[in-house]
Design a protein around this ligand. Structure first.
Ligand code: NAD
Length: 591
């Protein structure tokens, strides 16, 4: 097959256009670069020369390749030059009228078969196409910044784009070494549509003073393995850009979750646009710098002294209980691992031993450390043995009645002054606390699975938790090498309240046939550097577990946009729960 689009015009050679011009020339195609005027054209050429010279110093290009590449690029300021191109890629500033006028001109200048592509992030491709008499040959090609490293390209079809044109554009993207994903014309397309709703919720969470900016960012990095926290990412993207994208999303969806958080507007009005202006959610060393100067280094320090914790009791015999017992034992604390029967407790300790053994095999733990940790764990078959411990961490079934009964029992057994913690992910901590006569001593310690590996612990204080109890848990987390973040007792805490609405949005995108499972997963991994796509993650977490969390979030906040996507409910009803049943969004059994 012939290579699609041997000659490409790029109109607008700023951040994106210059990157696209170089990527296209690298594929051996002729590039006609067009800028607004002579001066801009000279500057753009200098930018391309500099960028490619830098690529040579970084050994991404040889000097010969650079010369050959530059020979393929011409830069001028006459739009008429686009008449020689098979494809025109527009990368001018994000203004609808500017783009529409440009497309009307290009339509007049270019032969009828020329394909016209817009690089818009948030404007309607359909409205841009409507400025031409060839909407079937107009589409969006959404590259990511920086173009030379980001492999993703969203190929955006309007209802009028010819399928052949979209296919050729995808082939062209592949030829540039990129990975194209197909998207329809909707504000934000796949990546930004999912990303910005989440960033907006994080900004709103910060604005409501539910948690500090450092804690929100650390929670998402450490709890979900994201490359950056959401507030640091907003600073990188630009608070103004984020607000513009969200405005466009809201205009189309009328979903309040897309209405830009008021704090974004305040920052924009104050000129605090993020890294580029030297200050946004954080303050940076200088405009353009990536080094924040006012961010706290580690976890927040307790404001009052905590209580002394020498011994720990862990209730439960499942994955979380044994994982948490392992965390404390490895940090040198004596642990009573308490289950409903001695047999269950013994089994839990055996599981803990296997986990330690795996660490030894992988070279993460010495045999002496394994033996020392194991010796610190005593399995007990009744809760009565917990009378003298300083902290109890409860990790029994996620069922309020079961947890309340356990807290009532602990209240009778455990010595006064001990801290009682629940690991619940979706139940109110205060409901556990109110089952006791000492709610001031009750707190949430939300560990992540697998507890020995995941550094994050959400420390959840209720309205009744005593400050020295919060301090005790913050100090203890640091001592056992976990990273605590502080938050209040509301549904989803930090991580799940930000993660699950995003996962739900992805399911809704699929349900609306906007994009496929594979395209959405690929787009989020390549476009945002996420370790897993949303459907991979849902299949691992379990669709039933995810549905429960989404229902709890919806019940708490009553936002219509948080209602669980019907597709998720249907899959759960059909018993497709993800990896554990062999089928969820993907069929794992057949692999
Ligand atoms: N910067 C990003 O991270 C990013 C990422 C993906 C997509 N986008 C989208 O890409 C497009 C370009 O954004 P950018 O960041 O490269 O902008 P930019 O401001 O860096 O560059 C725009 C360039 O267009 C030129 N220009 C203005 N009017 C022109 C005209 N009439 N004819 C020819 N050239 C003209 C300007 O001189 C400038 O060099 C926008 O639609 C933006 O939303 C940006």
């Amino acid at each position: 097959m012939e290579r699609p689009f041997p000659t490409v015009a790029v109109v607008g050679l700023g951040t994106m256009g210059a990157g696209v011009a170089v990527a296209v020339a690298r594929s051996g195609r002729r590039v006609i670069g067009i800028e607004a005027d002579e001066e801009q054209a000279a500057r753009a050429l200098a930018r391309i020369q500099e960028a490619t010279a830098y690529a040579v110093t970084r050994e991404r290009l040889t000097p010969e390749e650079r010369t050959a590449l530059l020979d393929l690029i011409s830069v001028g300021h006459a739009l008429e030059a686009a008449a020689d191109a098979d494809l025109v890629v527009e990368e001018v500033p994000e203004q609808l009228e500017l783009k529409r006028e440009l497309f009307a001109e290009l339509d007049r200048i270019c032969p009828p078969e020329t394909v016209l592509a817009t690089g818009t992030t948030a404007l309607s491709v359909t409205r841009i196409a409507a400025a031409t008499a060839r909407p079937e040959r107009v589409l969006g090609l959404h590259f990511f910044n920086p173009v030379h490293t980001m492999k993703l390209v969203e190929v955006v079809r309007t209802v009028l784009t010819s399928p052949q044109v979209a296919e050729d554009a995808a082939g062209f993207a592949r030829d540039l070494g990129k990975e194209p994903v197909a998207a329809g014309d909707r504000a934000g397309f796949v990546v930004n549509g999912l990303l910005f709703a989440y960033l907006n919720q994080a900004a709103a969470m910060y604005e409501s003073k539910y948690a500090t900016r450092e804690d929100i960012d650390a929670a998402m990095r450490l709890g979900c393995g994201l490359p950056m926290g959401p507030l640091a990412l907003l600073d990188l993207i630009g608070v103004d850009t984020a607000r513009t994208v969200l405005e466009a999303m809201y205009e189309q969806s009328r979903d309040r979750l897309h209405a830009p958080a008021p704090i974004l507007g305040q920052l924009v009005s104050a000129g605090l646009l993020g890294r580029k202006s030297g200050r946004g959610f954080y303050t940076y060393a200088a405009p353009g710098s990536s080094r924040p100067v006012d961010a706290a280094d580690g976890p927040a320090l307790p404001k009052v002294p905590g209580r002394t914790v020498r011994t720990v009791g862990v209730c439960g015999s499942g994955t979380m209980a044994t994982g948490i017992a392992e965390v404390f034992a490895k940090a040198g604390r004596p642990v009573l691992l308490a289950a409903r029967s001695q047999e269950k407790a013994d089994k839990a300790k055996a599981q803990l031993a296997r986990s330690l053994e795996r660490s030894v095999t992988r070279g993460r733990l010495s045999a002496e450390q394994r033996d020392a940790a194991l010796a610190l764990v005593t399995p007990v078959g009744q809760y009565g043995e917990l009378a003298e411990v300083d902290l109890v961490v409860e990790a029994v079934a996620e069922d309020l009645a079961v947890k309340r009964e356990l807290f009532a029992t602990l209240d009778e057994i455990v010595k006064p002054g001990a801290v009682l913690a629940t690991t619940t992910s979706s139940l109110p901590v205060i409901s556990c606390a109110s089952a006791t006569s000492r709610p001031q001593d009750v707190i949430g310690m939300h560990f992540f699975n697998p507890a020995p590996a995941m550094k994050l612990v959400e420390v959840v204080s209720t309205v009744l938790t005593a400050p020295d109890v919060t301090a005790t848990v913050l100090e203890l987390c640091a001592e056992v090498r976990k990273h605590p973040v502080e938050c209040g007792d509301r549904a989803g805490f930090i991580v799940n309240a930000l993660l699950f609405p995003y996962l739900n949005d992805a399911v809704r995108m699929l349900q609306e046939h906007y994009a496929t499972v594979d395209d959405i997963d690929t787009a989020m991994k390549l476009g945002c550097g996420y370790p897993m796509g949303p459907f991979e993650l849902l299949d691992v977490v379990g669709l039933d577990v995810s549905l429960t969390i989404e229902q709890v979030l919806h019940q708490e906040f009553r936002e219509p946009g948080l209602a669980a996507a019907p597709l998720l409910e249907h899959l759960v009803a059909a018993g497709c729960l993800g990896r554990k049943t062999g089928r969820g969004f993907r069929d794992h059994a057949r692999r």
